[in-house]
Design a protein around this ligand. Structure first.
Ligand code: CA
Ligand code: CA
Length: 471
């Protein structure tokens, strides 16, 4: 077995640009505020906060402090935190200089919703009732560790050195949190918090894995009726075996999503194959992340810089990479699947293309694909919702002010339009509901082609265009 495997190519996790372990020191236990009276550990130690009475002097405090090991003097509140033998606690409570004793409990940070979730419209999708419930996502990665903010529905190890799918690298746990961290009161929230994730460990502790193990994990995904396969991994080398495997998965109705890669170069495999949804990464400003690969194969883009998610140590950390963008798309596919459970993989892929914010040049492009994914919103009464016609072409589109530094454009309002989109030489420069836009990114003595379309939920109408020469 081992010798056979040596002949196989190893693939790498599409890494993590800066595993800038900006580790937040978040206590992971749900450390409940147990009443001190219920703690009866014979011979044990307890971490306690002793509150002194107001009129206690330093000498009296010192006597109490000698009863245990001092952690901190809490001068602000006239108290001390200490570790005390359990059997001494009752005695101490009766001490006339002690006002009260309470456990030194652990607190958790409130659940935060990152720019990524905001940027892909996830909170609005959750509010409308979509959470990915009933969808199954296979995470082919370094495994997934036990974490208080994650539920793993199952999985398997495909590496030869362990039968456990626990994560010995950290990558798979982070990816899984982006898809499906629980919507509770701790940590972070995944894009599809109620989707079921399955940990398929095919990558080792160093972030690489054999092609053969990955193919076995794809086979498992087909056999176990997964809806989505997340592969935040890749290689620059083409492989007919890998191509056949992802094709088989797609033919079996599984949406396969993979990272474009982080070399600021062409798209990696398997993302490059047409049966796979290739994902590029955007940053906080909706620009292509500096490291993201790109090319005509890029299908959609998603947030991929400084993404806070679950760590394999049980807390949370920031990571960057197309590895982080890919699970946003896996979550998005879960939401789309939940919205239209009868849709085939091919239909869901079309829905993926439609639910985007167009970035860069108008329409599909090599950096953002169809655009930045936007989580779907379930309408309350789909039967009652009327079919809205697309808006007509904006009239009176003209430049009302032209200087050497800016161009001000105006147009007339259209009744059923919810937004207008202006492009300069086919690059989107404005999208919104105003009836005017001033373009300050122009140079003098240049000729620009401006186009405008009006849009609403049904799409956009035909464009109007003007040519403007700056002074
Ligand atoms: Ca959470
Ligand atoms: Ca575009």
């Amino acid at each position: 077995m081992k010798n056979n495997k040596k002949k196989n190519r190893k693939m790498n996790l599409v890494n993590v640009m800066a595993v800038s372990a900006l580790l937040l020191s978040i206590p992971v236990s749900t450390a409940s505020a147990k009443a001190i009276d219920t703690v009866n550990v014979v011979g044990g130690k307890e971490k306690l906060i002793i509150n002194f009475k107001d009129d206690v002097n330093e000498k009296e405090k010192s006597q109490i402090k000698r009863e245990g090991k001092i952690k901190r003097n809490l001068e602000l509140i006239n108290a001390v935190s200490m570790e005390i033998d359990s059997e001494k606690v009752e005695q101490l409570k009766k001490n006339p200089n002690v006002k009260s004793i309470e456990p030194d409990i652990k607190l958790n940070i409130a659940q935060s919703i990152g720019y990524g979730q905001e940027g892909v419209n996830a909170p609005e999708s959750w509010s409308s009732g979509l959470t990915g419930k009933g969808t199954k996502v296979a995470v082919i990665d370094s495994g997934v560790s036990t974490h208080p903010d994650l539920i793993v529905s199952g999985g398997q190890s495909f590496v030869d050195y362990t039968n456990s799918y626990a994560d010995d690298n950290g990558h798979g746990t982070h990816v899984s949190g982006i898809i499906s961290a629980e919507n509770n009161d701790i940590g972070v929230v995944g894009v599809a918090p109620d989707s079921d994730i399955f940990a398929l460990k095919a990558m080792d502790q160093y972030g690489s894995g054999y092609l053969s193990d990955i193919i076995e994990a794809i086979d498992w995904s087909v056999a176990n009726n997964m809806d989505v396969i997340n592969m935040s991994l890749g290689t620059t080398q083409a492989s007919s075996a890998l191509k056949s495997a992802v094709n088989k998965a797609y033919q079996n109705g599984i949406l396969v999503v993979a990272a474009a890669g982080n070399e600021s170069s062409s798209v990696n495999y398997p993302a490059k194959y047409s049966s796979v949804i290739a994902v590029s990464a955007t940053d906080e400003n909706n620009k292509l992340a500096y490291f993201s690969n790109y090319g005509q194969e890029v299908e959609v883009s998603a947030p991929g810089t400084n993404i806070l998610s679950t760590s394999s140590l049980g807390d949370y950390e920031n990571m960057s990479g197309t590895s982080m963008a890919t699970p946003f798309v896996a979550g998005q596919l879960s939401l789309l699947k939940e919205l239209d459970p009868t849709y085939t993989a091919v239909q869901l892929r079309e829905e993926l293309h439609k639910n985007v914010l167009d970035l860069g040049t108008a329409g599909k492009d090599k950096f953002y694909g169809y655009g930045l994914i936007q989580a779907p919103v379930k309408s309350v009464n789909p039967e009652e919702s009327e079919v809205v016609s697309t808006p007509v072409t904006p009239s009176n589109f003209k430049a009302t002010k032209v200087t050497n530094r800016y161009v001000t454009l105006n147009w007339d309002s259209i009744d059923n339009a919810t937004y207008y989109q202006v492009t300069r030489d086919n690059v989107v420069v404005y999208k919104g509901s105003n009836l005017t836009f001033t373009d300050t990114s122009v140079s003098r003595y240049k000729t620009y082609l401006y186009k405008i379309v009006a849009g609403n939920e049904s799409g956009t109408g035909d464009s109007a265009s003007i040519t403007v020469k700056t002074r």
